[in-house]
Design a protein around this ligand. Structure first.
Ligand SMILES: Cc1ncc(COP(=O)(O)O)c(C=O)c1O
Length: 442
């Protein structure tokens, strides 16, 4: 009997087959929609195992065909993801090479490559030279990690026990989840219909005891409609009260690459912490979010874990010290590899292409009698109504659209009623993809 760790000829064949499968998939993303309707029982896990060839065949032929890959050109629901080939290569190798990304001791230059990607992101956001951070599994964990640092710093400054997170009403649900995990009360400012203004935030703060406020969280690119809170003025309010300002740019931050949209983010460079997710609009496989701090030392004081067996790495620039969690995947490596391979200009072009798609979709909706564009639209998200439809009509259409291969588009709520939402983060989506979706709504 061979050990399951020793590569055999069968293992080698499976790896070669998998690479060929991957290349086929990349050559024909269209083929994955609609997903396989049949969902047979999976082969049971047994004492003996079925061997790598049968296991790979089950994954390839039974499991994967039921999934809709997030880079399908008509996957326009939620926030899709469209990794570059180089980023996918980085991700594959990261697993295959068994890299532990907690510190430079184990990961060597992998950690430095992640740092280079973080520097690129910090520069994109306009953060100062000392800004630094780490990659986490997603925006939710990045938001949680940032707010914990905000509270820690507030405790250090005031000596109190702040227990309130003040957030723009349109923030992502992960801010509420973070407040919950932290045992904090979430206080929403504004209505959530459109961006938060500084006046509304100031009025909310006025009703509170400021020493009880742990941090303020706002959004640069809301998930539902792409709206951006009034960052610069909000930064003034936070500075006046010495409150930690966290900006969630998980989706929207990528739009800072475009001269068309960059000005909308003015003031983000004044944030204490910023979340930006490469797995959303920076063409990296799931899962990869970046969290950047203006003052990384405050994050280290909050998150660095101490144990006798960790003393070797204490005091270094360890990615694990900057967010919740210890063992970590070096999630920034795929972004670094792709930036290195493709260059920043290709990223700018790809973001521009997505903004163009959103413009074209908005234009087509405006000129269609059966559709109504919900204004204002922002970044690469387009929210609209099918005239005369109820939520049941949207749900029926959405389910049918998956089955007949039209696309993955799910309903939302906007301006007090049901609506549809298209999110463009895939430069491979085409005008004819948009036409196909809109025509099916007749
Ligand atoms: C603005 C925003 N923040 C946070 C999140 C949560 O990120 P993740 O799903 O990576 O945890 C999302 C997810 O869509 C988001 O759009």
């Amino acid at each position: 009997m061979t050990s399951m760790h020793e590569p055999t000829a069968e293992d080698e064949k499976a790896l070669v087959d998998a690479t060929a499968w991957l290349l086929d998939r990349l050559a024909d993303r269209e083929a994955t929609m609609p997903p396989a309707a049949e969902r047979p029982e999976l082969t049971p896990i047994t004492e003996a195992g079925v061997g790598i060839a049968a296991a790979w065949a089950e994954l390839r032929d039974i499991v994967l065909p039921t999934a809709i890959p997030s880079d399908h050109p008509r996957y326009l629901a939620f926030i899709p993801g469209a990794p570059t080939v180089a980023a996918s290569l980085g991700d594959l190798i990261l697993s295959g090479a068994s890299i532990y990304g907690g510190s430079e001791l184990e990961a060597g230059l992998v950690v430095r490559a992640e740092r280079a990607a973080l520097r690129w992101l910090a520069d994109l956001l306009g953060l100062p030279a000392q800004a630094h951070g780490t990659f986490t599994s997603g925006g939710s964990l990045a938001n949680l990690s940032a707010l914990v640092v905000g509270r820690h710093q507030r405790r250090e400054r005031t000596g109190g026990r702040p227990h309130q997170i003040v957030a723009a009403a349109g923030v992502h649900s992960s801010i509420g989840a973070a407040a919950d995990v932290m045992g904090c009360e979430l206080i929403l400012a504004g209505s959530g219909d459109g961006p938060l203004t500084a006046d509304v935030l100031a009025a909310s703060l006025q009703r509170l005891e400021l020493h009880e406020v742990a941090a303020v969280a706002v959004t640069a690119g809301a998930t539902n409609d792409g709206s951006i809170d009034a960052l610069d003025e909000i930064a003034d309010v936070c500075a006046r009260h010495q409150l930690w300002l966290h900006v969630d740019a998980a989706y929207g931050g990528a739009a800072m690459l475009s001269p068309r949209t960059r000005h909308l983010f003015a003031g983000i460079e004044r944030a204490d912490s910023v979340t930006i997710n490469p797995h959303k609009w920076l063409f990296t496989p799931f899962d990869c979010a970046a969290l950047l701090y203006r003052d990384p030392d405050s994050a280290r004081r909050t998150h660095a874990q101490r144990a006798p067996y960790l003393e070797t790495v204490v005091g270094g620039d360890n990615p694990s010290d900057l967010a919740v969690g210890l063992s970590r995947r070096a999630r920034g490596l795929p972004l670094w590899l792709s930036l290195l391979a493709n260059g920043a200009a290709a990223y700018r072009d790809a973001v521009e292409a997505c903004l163009d798609l959103a413009d074209r979709a908005a234009e087509a909706i405006r000129s269609a009698d059966h559709l109504e564009l919900l204004e204002p639209r922002s970044l690469s998200i387009v929210v609209f109504r099918r005239v005369g439809w109820s939520i049941a009509d949207y749900e029926r259409w959405s389910a049918q659209a998956i089955q007949d291969g039209t696309g993955l588009i799910t309903p939302t709520r906007s301006a007090g009623g049901p609506a549809l939402r298209l999110c463009f983060v895939n430069p491979l989506t085409s005008t004819s993809d948009i036409e196909r979706v809109l025509t099916s709504l007749r």
